[in-house]
Design a protein around this ligand. Structure first.
Ligand code: NAP
Length: 246
């Protein structure tokens, strides 16, 4: 049976590109999404037409019930889990900290921090050799914002990704002796729909000017880094920047 990779937020953007690449490399992919059923089905169809295997799994990974349901689906339909890619995440409209309300920050932390941490919990329960599992890998999708801080744009988002970096380092050491490697990729600006979702669609046209390599990145370039981390047997607790040199 193929190894199984669960990718949160894989209907669009970086998650979708990772799903397509992982399927080409022989994984059965669980394509989690929140609302956009059609986008997720397109990813599944493309994978199947190319001879790969994938299933769609709708779930809100910002809710504990949603996460429990998602992992129960993986258990019931595939019966194993080898890789978790904690990819689902959101940004918000540009805003200075002095203007942020509690609801905005709470939503950001729920989706970008609590969700990935509880998904990691469920993955460790299934993968840990201490609990009878076969080991595995977790890749967290952080952001270059964790390093830069997101001033005048979204310090809350940057802080959420800083938490992802700490989760990566801490969990990597916690489960290193249990057959599980935990790493993170920190993308710079990538051509996805995330920017339009925060009323910042123009960013994909303008951001390239401020990037040393002179352009923004493509989702497939982050997918490659994620798959490299999945396969890099001597890497754990690593944060890989893929950001055009910012
Ligand atoms: P995207 O194009 O907006 O796609 C986000 C995906 O996540 C969609 O499939 C969406 O589902 C899903 N999603 C959102 N909230 C969810 C939830 N609560 N539960 C389950 N799924 C949820 O995003 P992206 O640009 O590919 O970003 C992916 C990751 O990369 C994020 O963690 C982001 O912070 C990080 N990142 C992105 C960039 C960039 O420039 N794009 C840079 C650095 C880091 P639906 O399709 O159903 O809405």
């Amino acid at each position: 049976m193929n190894p199984v990779m669960l990718i949160t937020g894989a209907g669009r953007g970086i998650g979708a590109a990772t799903a397509r690449l992982a399927a080409r490399q022989g994984y059965t992919v669980v394509v989690n999404y929140l609302r956009d059923h059609r986008a997720a089905e397109e990813v599944i169809s493309a994978i199947r037409e190319a001879g790969g295997q994938a299933i769609a799994a709708q779930a809100d990974v910002a809710s504990e019930d949603g996460i429990r349901g998602l992992f129960a689906t993986v258990d019931a339909e595939l019966g194993r889990l080898d890789v978790l890619v904690n990819n689902a995440g959101v940004v918000d409209a540009n805003c200075r900290v002095e203007d942020m309300d509690f609801a905005r920050v709470e939503r950001m932390m729920r989706i970008n921090v609590a969700g990935p941490m509880i998904c990691a919990r469920e993955a460790v329960k299934r993968m840990s050799t201490r609990r009878g599992g076969n080991g595995g890998a977790i890749v967290n999708v952080s952001s270059v914002a964790a390093r830069l801080g997101g001033p005048d744009e979204y310090v809350d988002y940057a802080a959420s990704k800083g938490a992802i970096d700490s989760l990566t380092r801490g969990l990597a050491r916690e489960v290193a002796g249990e057959g599980i490697r935990v790493n993170a990729v920190r993308p710079g600006v990538i051509r996805t729909t995330i920017h339009a979702s925060a009323d910042n669609a123009g960013k994909v046209d303008t951001a390239g000017q401020r990037i040393p390599l002179g352009r923004i990145g493509e989702p497939e370039e982050i997918a490659s880094a994620i798959m490299w981390l999945v396969g890099s047997e001597f890497s754990t607790g690593s944060l890989i920047d893929v950001d055009g040199g910012v």
